[in-house]
Design a protein around this ligand. Structure first.
Ligand code: CUA
Length: 310
């Protein structure tokens, strides 16, 4: 009845699911029994006592069942939210894979540049973090066997992580209605032993890794014309920028994560770094999401430069 459990999250999600079903069944049985019991007991013409309730029923029973329901609800909330918070926080050493959704396919890209369509091969027992975005409308990345689901949004990065612990091939679905062929926007997640994964990766057509693709784009799209040592234009150097706090012209600070770097490329006027004129052109409609992903990988890999901006 249940899909196989192929990740550590799966057991927890299923326990929660069965607990919710169990509690619902207990409540339904209790309420239905009381409804029928009272309907029979107090039917028209019965001799059952109908006076006011005794005082202790009014006070203690009322307080008791309200408190019990409150604590059951709070316990469920704590359990579900702690599981959810864990699913939001990928471990720092996770293998990072990029996912770009479009009508109607999934494109995935491994750190060394290997690309897949409607498929994702991952090693068993290794935390995998997916950084996802969409080229058009909202999609949702859903792998029932791993018990993970996350919306994939245009113009934004969303994240998802899992640690698959069972070798096999599992369904990948799009779980957000996204147009005519939404129902065909499926694929598979293949969990392999670490040795098999390494062999599989080595057997794929080898292109440049993501950072190397990004380095080429950084030059070919003209980024290096301004963001490099000796450039005549006053633009910040980007070496070692990933993960740092950036002061903005409005006095606030922002962490330079993937989302910030993407916005800086596609919507540069939104957050202008303090001390610089808003002269960065927007690459919206010029650079594809795949290209932006590669440029960000390059920026992340860039060592701290000698001439830090400032
Ligand atoms: Cu993509 Cu539904």
């Amino acid at each position: 009845m249940m899909p196989v459990e192929a990740s550590a999250f799966a057991g927890r999600v299923d326990h929660l699911f069965f607990l919710l079903i169990g509690i619902s069944v207990v409540i339904i049985v209790l309420v239905v029994t009381l409804v029928f019991g009272f309907a029979v007991r107090y039917r028209s013409g019965s001799k059952a006592k109908r006076g006011p309730l005794p005082r202790w029923v009014k006070r203690e029973v009322e307080i008791g069942w309200t408190a019990v329901t409150l604590f059951v609800a709070l316990f469920l909330f704590w359990w579900a939210s702690s599981a959810q918070v864990e699913e939001w926080t990928p471990p720092p050493n996770a293998l990072e894979i990029h996912v770009v959704a479009k009508q109607w396919m999934w494109k995935t890209q491994h750190p060394d540049g290997v690309r897949e369509i409607n498929a994702l091969h991952v090693p068993e027992g290794v935390p995998v973090k997916l950084v996802m975005t969409s080229q058009d409308v909202i999609h949702s990345f859903f792998v029932p066997a791993l018990r993970v689901k996350q919306d994939v949004l245009p113009g934004r990065y969303t994240q998802l992580w899992f640690n698959a612990d069972r070798v096999g091939k599992y369904h990948l679905f799009c779980a957000e209605y996204c147009g005519t062929d939404h129902s065909r926007m499926t694929g598979s997640v293949v969990v392999m032993t670490q040795g098999d994964y390494a062999r599989w990766l080595a057997a794929q057509p080898q292109g440049d890794d993501l950072a190397a693709q990004g380095a080429k784009l950084f030059v070919s799209m003209g980024c290096s014309g301004c963001h490099s040592e000796g450039a005549r234009v006053h633009a910040p150097s980007l070496a070692g920028i990933y993960g740092t706090l950036q002061p903005l012209s409005d006095g606030s600070f922002v962490r330079a994560d993937e989302g910030y770097l993407r916005d800086s490329i596609m919507l540069p006027r939104r957050q202008v770094v303090a001390g610089y004129a808003p002269i960065m052109p927007s690459f919206e409609g010029i650079a594809s999401e795949d290209q932006v992903v590669a440029v960000i990988a390059y920026l992340k890999a860039m060592p701290k430069g000698r001439n830090e901006a400032r």
